[in-house]
Design a protein around this ligand. Structure first.
Ligand SMILES: [Zn+2]
Length: 135
């Protein structure tokens, strides 16, 4: 299954086009939006793509939408919806969005805290660092 993903940057004459096809590399998370964002960020030299717009053939899955948030994408345009791809392609994007609305312990893949007190000390130290890097 191939789909198209493009990123337009407002200040640079940059045009990124990728195609989503996770199967040849047996990598379930090799989605076009993630690849396009990674490529654009490397070419621009910054993890934030502020002002950029994504055009994609289908509404982004939760992973790709999260990548858009991390990259500070300004807006996403999509042709087909997550409902369309479920109905016609049996993709589970719509189910995953619903899954993330549930409490962590009630999801299909449950998750739970462990070693919070120990790990929290690292975050407290990070919060005190003057030169901490935010991305
Ligand atoms: Zn995706």
């Amino acid at each position: 299954m191939a789909s198209c993903h493009q990123i337009f940057h407002p200040r640079h004459p940059i045009y990124y086009l990728t195609q989503c096809n996770p199967l040849p590399q047996h990598t379930s998370h090799r989605h076009g939006e993630v690849l396009a964002i990674r490529d654009a960020a490397q070419k621009i030299g910054h993890p934030h793509l502020t002002g950029c717009v994504v055009y994609t053939s289908s509404e982004p899955c939760p992973m790709c939408m999260a990548a858009c948030y991390w990259a500070r994408i300004e807006k996403v345009f999509y042709a087909t919806t997550i409902h369309d791809v479920k109905e016609h392609g049996r993709f589970e994007d719509e189910d995953f969005y619903a899954e993330f609305l549930k409490p962590a312990a009630e999801r299909h893949i449950p998750s739970a805290e462990y070693m919070r007190e120990e790990a929290l000390k690292v975050w407290i130290e990070f919060g005190k660092m003057a030169d901490k890097c935010h991305y």
